[in-house]
Design a protein around this ligand. Structure first.
Ligand code: SF4
Length: 429
């Protein structure tokens, strides 16, 4: 059977034009996806059942027993942390937030190590954004700053920017200019019109220099700013001002380097400045398939996008204090529920060492680095493959993920709802 217009759940592009061939309940062929997407759809490296640590090895267990053990771990904890959520659907994320409230825990998502600083900047100065469809149809100038779409979002350029024909951009390759700004020449720079190489940690200064030039105060800009010549900065500023519609996409090269949220704030203010001359927007390159959804779901339930602490009986948010990295580094939490992410692969060593000392339960279909330090792992089905659910694309557009095969594996919503019910029952509520 050939299923058309399938959504790939892997990265924030959420490409919705995949053709998937299914035979005997298995995906045997995927067209239109990049290699990351194909591997996600066809991959067959999932756990077949929940597993629990038994001495030095693992034994399979039942979903009932696993949920009971997970509930007891959370009930016994004084300061539980519920972390991850970016590769599951919004319905499961919502139950996760309610579970954190029920047990007075901290619920945080992977924004904490990616675009959390972007959110802080947006909270300060707003977000002049638009949909990817607008970019595709209108933008004649694209800036990729601190990101490498060819590597991390392989179809971003072909669907929305460099190679995408739009309503007002008939010949994308000729009519659209692309500027790449990074600390090293990456693959995306090789197809760009202009490459701007910034010294590590120099983004803030370069953004400030561009703002000054766009404002008409190029005279205060020194001959070289963080390794970028004034001539090149003036050229880039002119390209931006002369564009009919410009779009800045930025990644972790801006959010997780020196300056962090202040870099992003400066980039937003550059966008604001450019809007005095032409139309310009700015948008984060969100990584995980539904990381944007975590921010949406957390915010509509608690008022805060990540790092929400319920230990006071109300939702409390203070990044730097209630963020997962900080809680783990202080050795504060005494149990952790990891859902749809892999902190052991991405967190700093002291945080992973603390995770290895406390009981960790992981809800994730795949064995990963966190498996090595967890006590219990419960596999769920995957939204977009064998589960349905809602995910948010990197531009904030919610997209429905379809279940295209039937595996009988419970989805994350069902697992978390059963866990929530069991904890609630044990607490007598
Ligand atoms: S670009 Fe992202 S969403 Fe699109 S097919 Fe590749 S991994 Fe999937």
């Amino acid at each position: 059977m050939l299923i058309k217009d399938v959504v790939c759940p892997f990265c924030g592009c959420l490409c919705d034009d995949l053709d998937v061939e299914v035979e005997n309940g298995r995906i045997i062929r995927v067209d239109n996806a990049c290699t990351l997407g194909s591997k996600t759809m066809v991959g067959d490296d999932r756990l077949k059942a929940p597993i629990r640590r038994d001495g030095k090895g693992w034994i399979e267990t039942t979903y009932d027993a696993a949920i009971e053990e997970a509930a007891q771990i959370l009930l016994d904890a004084d300061r539980p942390l519920l972390y991850g959520w970016s590769r599951t659907h919004g319905e499961a994320q919502g139950i996760g937030v309610h579970l954190a409230e029920l047990i007075g825990g901290v619920v945080d998502n992977t924004s904490t190590v990616c675009h959390g600083p972007s959110i802080l900047a947006i909270q300060e100065v707003g977000h002049p954004g638009c949909t990817l469809g607008q970019v595709k149809n209108r933008a004649d100038l694209i800036i990729y700053w601190g990101c490498n779409p060819i590597d991390a979002h392989p179809r971003h350029m072909s669907r929305y920017t460099t190679y995408a024909t739009g309503f007002f951009v008939k010949d994308a390759h000729r009519d659209r200019k692309v500027i790449v700004v990074d600390t090293r020449r990456n693959e995306s720079a090789d197809v760009a019109t202009e490459f701007v190489q910034v010294e590590p940690g120099g983004d803030y200064a370069v953004l400030s220099a561009l703002r000054a030039i766009v404002r008409g105060r190029g005279d205060v800009v020194p001959p070289s700013v963080s390794g970028v010549s004034r001539e090149q900065l003036v050229r880039v500023a002119e390209m931006c001002k002369n564009a009919k519609f410009g779009a800045i996409f930025f990644g972790l090269g801006l959010t997780m380097t020196a300056g962090k949220n202040k870099n992003v704030r400066n980039a937003i203010e550059l966008t604001d400045e450019l809007n005095r001359h032409t139309k310009f927007i700015i948008s984060p390159m969100r990584g995980h398939g539904n990381v944007y959804g975590t921010n949406e779901v957390f915010t509509w339930i608690t008022g805060y996008p990540y790092a929400v602490d319920f230990s006071r009986g109300i939702a409390f948010y203070n990044p730097g204090e209630t963020t997962a990295i900080d809680i783990l580094r202080r050795g504060e939490c005494d149990a952790c529920l990891v859902v749809a992410s892999d902190p052991a692969a991405h967190f700093p060593k002291p945080c992973v060492e603390h995770l290895a000392r406390i009981p960790v339960v992981q809800i994730d279909p795949h064995p990963n680095a966190t498996t090595h330090i967890c006590r219990l792992q419960i596999p769920g089905s995957v939204a977009g493959i064998d589960a349905a659910g809602t995910a948010y694309r990197m531009d904030g557009v919610p997209i429905r993920l379809k279940a295209i095969i039937e595996t009988g594996v419970p989805n994350d919503t069902e697992i978390l709802q059963r866990l929530y019910n069991r904890v609630r029952e044990a607490k007598g509520e």
